[in-house]
Design a protein around this ligand. Sequence first.
Ligand code: ZN
Length: 292
Amino acid sequence: MRSISCGVITRFAPSPTGWLHAGHAYAAWVAWRMAMHGGGEMLLRHEDIDFSRVREEYYGAIEEDLRWLGVAWPEPVWRQSQRGAAYVAALEQLREAGLVYPCFCTRKEIAAEWARMGQAPQMGDEMEGVIYPGTCRDLSESERNERLERGDAHAWRLNVGEAARRWGGLYFYDRRFGKIAVDGQHSGDVVVARKDIGAAYHLAVVVDDAAQGVTLASRGEDLLGATHVHRILQIALDLPELEYLHHPLVLDQEGKRLAKRHDALSLRSMRAMGQKPEQCWAAAEKWLRGFL
Ligand SMILES: [Zn+2]
């Protein structure tokens, strides 16, 4: 499944849960240009495991907007929703290695645990929300098994502290920032398989990047807080470690990160208003000067 190209392989991986906006255009342009510069290719992957939020019409709309922007990718385009077996196998590998544990907590219980410790909930990156206080990490083997046998709903969490002990700390390399060392408390034990869908972003992205032969992951700075987890997963699953390049985020006039609610900044609306593709990638191209 590894790409036959031997240059730099990047990917752009949107979720088909809304129209692409200026922030996506920036990210896609960075991925595309880094791949072209490195004599490789940019892959497109639909991150659609959260099927409750996915809508069918967005798959085609995303591809149409990207073609208009001027980027290209080889077929077939992968959909994470079709990759469940690979994620299950990876989770099994992590279980055998003793690096994950079942977490039976609800959101409410996690908030209550922070309150019990006399603290306001610690916020992690946007994807994780509240940092997990580690409640289920210390369940006894018998309690854990009893609850699993009873069929209690559970997610699987990565024991980040255990991984740090085995592999000498939490860090990764970024082309822009150099070596970034992370305090394990910063993100807590992240979910690698969700209660409701049996998979989760962190595991899926690592498994797919390796299976598709990606060599450079370019993505927004908002994921800086999660990248050490991805490196741990690569080591634990015996997968190649990637290079990373975290780029700036596109902000709105109030300095907030663009979200899908910014309809006026969707590529679709910009096209309708007569904007040209180069107006959508100019900022990314300017920023890339330091890397090309
Ligand atoms: Zn728990």
